[in-house]
Design a protein around this ligand. Structure first.
Ligand code: GDP
Length: 300
């Protein structure tokens, strides 16, 4: 049993029995890094696929299935303080300079092939409309106006690239699930954004934003499953975790547990996840650190 603590939430992840996975058809492997040598020899393996010659404790097996263990970290070396608070993310040797000193809007693109071609690594941010995407981007870059570009009429359906520290991109993707958008427009979103995921070689990871103030939404789960099926590396970023008392319905910790339960049923390994709040700044520095290790590994 591993208990992951954050400032206000304890997420207690119970170990899975093998039958738990066997009863489901959707078995996703999550590719954490878009790097051929890792894909062919994944660092994280499930208990069922571990070589029998290697002795490994139940705890280590369990850690492998729920923790995100980055390249360069051996499971035997794991200690509590290597796990980022409010997340399942282990920080390894590739984590480094993470603060954002400079950010500039570069361009809006209508298709993946129109995106910048300078081969810099990029981290895309995706989520349902109103999930808190603009607030999170502004919180990460500590500017009020950055994500506003994508809120201007006509830019909402575009891929917006922001160059950070002249060395990598934050990519603001169109939100999905607009209540007021027609079915035809929703389909457009789908084809257009899917094209980006499938064709963008410099995409290091997608931050899939999940609103912790509402129960699990089918549209978010569909999106996560689609990314998983297509081997697009993703991190779940739970937003609005400061909303401890929801006006109605369940609290964020209950919503998060329910979401994670469904994900555990669908994924072989739980993707990285982290709790955030753009209001209190919860998880900001931790998320930036996680992004730095993904980027630095990709970059080497
Ligand atoms: P977007 O449509 O995904 O870009 O969402 P916005 O960033 O515009 O946020 C949608 C709404 O959620 C706004 O009313 C924000 O003030 C609110 N919001 C965003 N982030 C947070 C958060 O961390 N905590 C709380 N309590 N509200 C948030």
């Amino acid at each position: 049993m591993v208990i992951l603590r954050c400032r206000f939430l304890t997420v207690n992840l119970a170990p899975l029995r093998p039958s738990h996975f066997q009863s489901h058809k959707l078995l996703h492997t999550t590719r954490f890094f878009r790097t051929p040598n890792l894909i062919s020899t994944p660092r994280i393996t499930t208990s069922s696929s571990l070589p029998t010659s290697r002795s490994i404790s139940d705890e280590a097996r369990f850690a492998r299935s729920v923790l995100f263990i980055p390249p360069g970290v051996e499971i035997e070396e794991l200690t509590d303080d290597m796990v980022l608070p409010g997340s399942n993310i282990v920080i390894g040797p590739f984590a480094g300079h993470s603060q954002i000193k400079q950010v500039e809007f570069v361009k809006s693109s209508a298709r993946a092939r129109d995106c910048p071609k300078d081969d810099l690594p990029e981290i895309a941010i995706l989520g349902r409309s109103n999930v808190g995407k603009s607030s999170l981007i502004n919180c990460l870059v500590r500017k009020k106006e950055v994500a506003l570009t994508s809120k201007k009429p006509g830019k909402t359906q575009l891929i917006n690239h922001f160059l950070v520290n002249k060395s990598w991109y934050i990519v603001d993707l169109p939100g999905y699930g607009f209540a007021k958008v027609s079915e035809a427009a929703k389909t457009d979103w789908s084809a257009f954004t899917k094209g980006y995921f499938l064709n963008r070689d410099t995409l290091v990871c997608v931050l899939l934003l999940i609103d912790a103030s509402v129960p699990p939404q089918k549209i978010d789960l569909d999106c996560a499953n689609w990314l998983g099926r297509n081997n697009v590396p993703m991190t779940f970023v739970f937003t609005k975790c400061d909303k401890m008392k929801a006006a109605k319905g369940k609290r964020p910790d209950e919503n998060i547990k329910a979401f994670q339960q469904i994900i555990r049923e669908n994924f072989k390994q739980h993707p990285p996840w982290i709790l955030t709040s753009s209001v209190s700044g919860l998880g900001r520095d931790e998320l930036l650190l996680h992004m730095s290790q993904l980027r630095n590994y990709w970059d080497q």
